[in-house]
Design a protein around this ligand. Structure first.
Ligand SMILES: CC(C)(COP(=O)(O)OP(=O)(O)OC[C@H]1O[C@@H](n2cnc3c(N)ncnc32)[C@H](O)[C@@H]1OP(=O)(O)O)[C@@H](O)C(=O)NCCC(=O)NCCS
Length: 231
């Protein structure tokens, strides 16, 4: 499938961001013949154990090409964080059959996550202050809303981590996501770490994936895409 979604985002004059989402339906071979890869990424690709991961990795190169870049414009630092040669910032994410990138003049982070029940079991590993507003969903026994909100919080914290990339950041202890409504699609968060306080603007979109797109599972799967800017 070609490009699934593009979001052109303008924060302030001169500060724009482009978010592109790919739904991976192509085979490994199809994707491979359509992209350019630098030597180190070719080696990385060959070493990946899962074909889904390989296809997602290649689909990110398709997204790059949509923005006028190629893999040759991309490099990774020693932490695994991707950078573009030149002035612009990039962040990358993939989950199952979706991948997404954000390219921006400002430092940014992006994360895409499948919404799943399992997140309820691990909520206390990455939430703390958020339980104050999450309890509302619990009290009304709205499990679906609870899962959707937890997935936003998880994605926001992953995306903030991708921006800051600092060893020792705890999702639970150092990042607070503020109360939000799902239909508003944005919130704010604070990182308190190493005597520094940083504020972040969180934006999110929910993506519904049609059941027929899954080859082995005929179930509807929803994803949450979160992208974050430093305030
Ligand atoms: C690095 C990390 C952010 C990747 O996130 P993920 O949800 O596993 O995977 P995603 O598909 O969303 O992101 C993967 C992409 O992130 C990027 N990435 C990897 N390391 C990165 C880093 N240190 N900083 C910024 N971006 C990074 C890469 O582009 C990578 O894809 P690519 O190598 O194919 O280009 C994550 O594994 C991590 O280490 N998180 C922090 C650890 C933590 O505290 N976990 C939870 C505690 S409760």
């Amino acid at each position: 499938m070609p490009l699934f979604k593009t979001i052109n985002f303008s924060r302030t004059v001169g500060a724009t961001a482009q978010i592109l989402v790919w739904k991976v339906t192509e085979s490994y071979a199809e994707l491979l013949e359509q992209v350019v890869l630098n030597d180190s990424n070719r080696i990385r690709l060959d070493g990946m154990k899962s074909e889904m991961h390989q296809r997602a990795f290649l689909s990110v190169r398709k997204l790059l090409q949509e923005t006028g870049h190629t893999d040759l414009d991309l490099y990774y630092d020693k932490f695994g964080k991707p950078h573009l040669h030149g002035e612009k910032h990039i962040s990358i994410t993939h989950s199952h059959n979706f991948s997404a990138i954000i390219i921006s003049e400002e430092t940014v982070g992006i994360d895409i996550e499948l919404q799943r029940d399992k997140i309820i079991r691990i909520a206390d590993k990455f939430c703390d202050s958020e339980f104050q507003f999450l309890s509302r969903s619990f009290e009304t026994e709205n499990k679906e809303e609870y899962i959707r909100k937890l997935t936003v919080i998880w994605g926001a914290k992953e995306a903030i981590f991708k921006i800051r990339n600092e060893k020792g950041i705890s999702f639970k202890d150092h990042i607070n996501v503020y109360d939000f409504e799902l239909n508003v699609k944005q919130t704010i968060a604070e990182l308190h770490f190493d005597s520094l306080v940083k504020d972040f603007k969180i934006h999110f979109e929910e993506i519904e994936s049609s059941p027929e797109s899954f080859r082995d599972e005929q179930v509807k799967q929803n994803f949450t895409l979160v992208y974050v800017f430093e305030k």
